[in-house]
Design a protein around this ligand. Sequence first.
Ligand code: SAM
Length: 294
Amino acid sequence: MNARAEQTVTSKHAPIVEGEFLFTFDDFRQIAAMLHSDAGIALPESKATLVYSRLAKRLRSIGLRNFRDYCQIVQGHEGIDERKRMLAALTTNVTRFFREPHHFDHLAEKVLPDLLKAARNGGRVRIWSAGCSNGPEPYSIALTILSFMPNAANYDIRILATDIDHNVVAEARRGVFSEEMISIIPPEIRLRWLTADEPGKWRVAEPLVRLVVFRELNLIGDWPMKGRFQVIFCRNVVIYFEEETQTQIWNRFKGLLSPGGYLYIGHSERMGAAEDGFENDGLTTYRFLGKAHS
Ligand SMILES: C[S@@+](CC[C@H](N)C(=O)[O-])C[C@H]1O[C@@H](n2cnc3c(N)ncnc32)[C@H](O)[C@@H]1O
């Protein structure tokens, strides 16, 4: 073996993070490759410590001593459920009610008046929260709608809320949030649309449950939806993807947005080459002009 090959072999088997469980560069690369192929998420080596700490619990609960055995499990047929748990552990689900509030102001002032008027006249209103985590984003959209139209659920108005992580989708569907999570919601809205549940917990009321439909959906997979959306929120999700994947997602939204519809993206996300066909309408807010499918 020449020196270069020897060095590669050594570094491949060297620990990338020191700790209770042996975690080598090779283990990290395998995990990063699985996350990339399953979810489109790109994991740089700088995230190795994070990967270690998020998966150590899993290794402990299965009774493993090293990441090599864990990689074998999640790559095998028997490991399908564990692979989903791995994915859930590695996705970042941080979210909050009315995050990036300028989007909700824009929605309330510039978008909802026409949409709700159309709904009152029998029209169909569809909003998609893509990458909804455990629900504050779609429920914030619903609360904004309800503040204008308390009986909105009686009309053909629905918010589709999707995420790849089945755990957060289940949590979102439950609709129970801690006092801390809901503290940002103005008291008059909170008292009207959420009810006190067990101590320190609040549950979203029936009109919110009726407005929001939760589904598991992988943004890099097939999208089964047929009808168009007048509004899409896809915020703080594609930031974890490579630029090429981000561009593909933005371009796919063009096929599902109604002309004149709006796309809200996260504060550190950019449309890049996919901006063609959109018009900027404020901070990370885009109006779809109804053309340019690249
Ligand atoms: C940081 S949260 C953002 C939540 C919310 N949109 C917000 O801005 O507060 C990112 C979410 O994207 C989801 N996600 C990551 N990769 C995904 C994919 N390929 N398809 C769908 N959702 C994905 C994660 O599970 C996570 O819940």
